[in-house]
Design a protein around this ligand. Structure first.
Ligand SMILES: NC(=O)c1ccc[n+]([C@@H]2O[C@H](COP(=O)([O-])OP(=O)(O)OC[C@H]3O[C@@H](n4cnc5c(N)ncnc54)[C@H](O)[C@@H]3O)[C@@H](O)[C@H]2O)c1
Length: 273
């Protein structure tokens, strides 16, 4: 698998870079000497973060293909190319699957899943044409590897990101591409995801998705929480090594294993080994 060994002087784009994990990734990449572009829908936070990090801020709605294409065009005009694209913007409001409305699906699929698809579509041609090679980091979640109640809509998007990333990695490797892929699957990280509804478009109909501060819950209290910059440093390592999976909470393997065991048991029950 390819990886970007030398980051200094190269160009990175981070969506959702105005807050939380995206901002942490942008800071870690900046510390490696990269030129960093952060893209976000929240203009005030974007300007403040760009100033703080020393990054270029580009207002972008990742749920719109034309907006992400405009971002890619601006990066090409300004820097000539891109080496690293982190498709990270996302929203994390929750509801029971049975309660979710069409507008809820439109929003969460649009930002979390289509946002990553748009990033791949707009930037892959740029990365593939870069003689120095390139890398794509897609932010999924532990929720892309196992499910929890109240987070079904979110998990649908994150399982989709894992599938997209695994397939893209397979296809690029088969054709000998110099572009690598990492899917980032974080556990709990201190961010503003608990107020994701701040970015739900006003034009969307009311739905059931609600914000939830898991940090204040009994489950949250049992978890190990990371700061965004620690996740950024994990991303830098994964990009250098060309790792397909970037795992932040190895202690959560039990939950993923338990899901795999249930699937294996179903194969066994159907007459498999
Ligand atoms: N915080 C966690 O514990 C955690 C765990 C696993 C995965 N994640 C994932 O990490 C990513 C970042 O989330 P975070 O926790 O840092 O939350 P956050 O709210 O702090 O940051 C998300 C950023 O995405 C931006 N954004 C939202 N909608 C957008 C849109 N349509 N276009 C462009 N930007 C948009 C927001 O303005 C914000 O700056 C998400 O994909 C999330 O699902 C977070």
């Amino acid at each position: 698998m390819s990886g970007l060994k030398d980051l200094a002087g190269k160009t990175a784009v981070v969506t959702g870079g105005a807050s939380g994990i995206g901002k942490g990734i942008a800071q870690a990449l900046k510390a490696e000497g990269m030129q960093v572009v952060i893209a976000d829908i929240e203009r005030g936070a974007l300007e403040a973060a760009a100033e703080e990090i020393g990054a270029v801020g580009v207002a972008t709605d990742v749920s719109s293909m034309s907006s992400v294409q405009a971002l890619a065009d601006e990066v090409r005009l300004r820097f000539g190319t891109a080496h690293l694209v982190c498709n990270n913007a996302g929203v994390g409001s929750g509801a029971r699957v049975a309660d979710m409305k069409a507008a809820d699906w439109d929003w969460i699929l649009g930002v979390n899943l289509r946002g990553v698809i748009h990033g791949v579509q707009a930037f892959l041609p740029l990365l593939s044409a870069n003689p120095e090679g390139g890398h794509i980091v897609n932010t999924a979640s532990m929720s892309g590897l196992r499910v929890r109640s109240q987070a079904g809509g979110y998990a649908v998007t994150k399982f989709g990101i894992v599938a997209l990333s695994e397939t893209l990695a397979l296809e690029l490797a088969a054709e000998g591409s110099k572009v690598g892929v990492t899917v980032l699957c974080p556990g709990m990280v201190h961010t503003n995801i608990k107020s994701s509804l701040r970015n739900r478009p006003d034009g969307l109909a009311q739905g059931a998705l609600a914000d939830y501060d898991i940090e204040q819950s009994e489950l949250g209290a049992r978890m190990r929480w990371l700061d965004p910059l620690e996740v950024g440093e994990i991303v830098v390592r994964a990009v250098r090594r060309g790792d397909l999976y970037a795992i932040t909470h190895p202690e959560q393997l039990d939950e993923v294993e338990a899901r795999h065991r249930r699937i294996e048991a179903a194969f066994k029950a159907a007459g498999g080994r």
